[in-house]
Design a protein around this ligand. Sequence first.
Ligand code: 87F
Length: 550
Amino acid sequence: MDGPSAAVEQAAEKLEAASINGGKEKAAKPKKEKPVKPKKEQGSGGGAAGGGGGKEKKKETQLGLSTTKAEDFSKWYQEIVVASELISYYDVSGCYILRPWAFAMWEVVQRWFDDHIKALGVQNAYFPLFITEDVLNTEKDHVEGFAPEVAWVTRSGNTPMEKPIAIRPTSETAMYPYFAQWIRSHRDLPLRLNQWTNVVRWEFKYPTPFIRSREFLWQEGHTAFATKEEADEEVLAILDLYRRVYEDLLAVPVTKGRKSTKEQFAGALYTTTVEAFIPETGRGIQGATSHCLGQNFSRMFGIEFETEERTKAHAWQNSWGLTTRTLGVMVMTHSDDKGLVLPPRVAPKQVVIIPIPKSNSAPEVQQAMFDRAAQLRKALEAKGVRVETDLRANYTPGWKYNHWEMRGVPLRVELGPRDMENEVVVVARRDTGVKETVSWDDLAARVPLLLDTVQSELLEAARERYDSCVETATTWDDFMAALDRKHMVMAPWADEAEVEEDVKKRSATAEAMGAKTLCLPFAQPPLPAGAKCFASGKPAKNWALWGRSY
Ligand code: 87F
C-alpha cells in the first residue's frame, strides 16, 4: 500500500492533537466547562426544488459538506453525522442526540444481539441508574483509575444530598451486592443477566459523536457460574457474537484477541476484545470487550454458593459490553464524500423508490407512475425489504438523489416515463454507483440478491483495506516505520507491562500519540524459535498487534 497522502496525515494529526490536548492525563483537574452553543445544522434538506435554475444546482451538489474524507477526516466525520441526520449536537458538551436514523440502526443491533444472548440463556433485567458512594467504593481498587470520570448527584433542588449519589459508569457495583443475596446454592447458578441502558462517564478527552461521548447507550452482561470452564466458554461465545455484530451486520472487519495485562480491565482475570481500525487516521479502535472476572468480584461482594459436595465456593463471573460506538466505526469505515454508505442489514431503509414524472405530464399519467411505485414497494415489502417511496412534489429528482445518498440508502430505484413504457426500473447502488435495469416482474427477486451482494462486498472491501494496514515488524526501526505509515504492527513480544509503557513513551512523536497493544490476536502466526521482543530484546512469548488508537 502507498503511504497516506499529506492531507490524510494532517487530518489525523489534528484529530490526535485535539485528543491529546483534552487528554486523560488532565482528567484529574477538570477544566471549567464551556457551555457549547448548539451549532446551526446544515442537513441535506436545505434545497427545495424551484424550477432547477443554476443556483439550485449548486446547492444540490454541495450537500452542505465543506471538506472530503481524504482532506480532513475528522471534520468530514463530524459533518456527515449531522448532515445525514444521525446526530444533533446538544448543549451539554460531549452529549449528542441520536436521531431516528441512528436509533433505528441501534435497534437492529439490539434486536440481533438480544435474540442471540437469549438463545444462550441470558435474561434481561434492569438495575437503577444511581449507585451509593459506599457500594461504589467496595471495588475501590478497580474504580480508582476511573474515579475522575464518575458523575455525582450532589443536591436535590437547593438542598444538598445527605450523601452524594453516583450515576452509573458501569454496573458491577450496582448488581453484585444483589447477586450475593440471590446466589446461595449451586442450583442458583448459572445466573446470567443483561441490561440495555445508558451510562455516564465524564470524559475529558476530545468528544466525538458515537466514538466517545459522556453519556452513551450500551448493553452490559453480568453472569455468574459455578466453574471457571463455564465462564471461559461464555467469554468466547459472547466475543464471537460481538465479532458477528461488526462483521455480519456492520460489515466492519475486526481482530479477536486478548488484551495485554496493561490494557485489560483492572478488575478482570483476563479481557478479550474485538479491535477495528480506521485507515484514514491510522488508529485502532476497541469494538467491544468480554471479560472473565474470575473470582475477583465474588470475593469482594461475597458471592458464595454451596457446592454439590456441600462445600462453600466463590462464583466465577464475567462481564461484557457493546456500545453505540459500533455505529460510529461503521460510519467511518464505509461512508464517502456524498455521505453515509449503510450496510443493508442495518440500513433503516434499504431501498428508496423515486418516481420521476415529467413536469408537464397529465395528472393521470403521474398517478399511474405513483401507483406503479406503490405496487413495486408492496412487492418488495412482501420479501421483507425495508422500502421508502419519495413522492414529494416540492423537490427535484436530483435533490432527492443527493438526499438519499447522504443518508446512505443502499439501493435507489428510479422510475421515469420511459421506464413506464418499458415496464422496467433502474436500480442504482449507493456503494459503487453501478446501475442496472430490472423489469418490474423481476424486481422483488433481484433486490434481495443485490442487497446481499452489497453487504458482502462492503465487508470484502473493508477487509482489504484493513489487511493492507497490518505490517509485521521484528525490530524497533521497522516498528516505527510502520506506525509512521499509519499502520498496525504485528510484533513479537512478551506481555510485559513495563515494556508496553516504554513503547508508548518512545513511540510518541511531536505529532502523534504513542502506540499500545490493541490485542494479542487469537490467530497467532507461528513464532520463530528464539524470537526476540522487538522492543526489549528479551525472549518473545507471542505476537501482539500494536497501533495508535482511539
Ligand atoms: C469509568 C468509571 C468508573 C470502565 C469506568 O467493560 C468505572 C469504570 O469500571 C469501569 N470505565 N470501567 C470498566 C468497565 C468494565 C465492564 N463493565 C461491564 C465492561 C463491559 C460491561
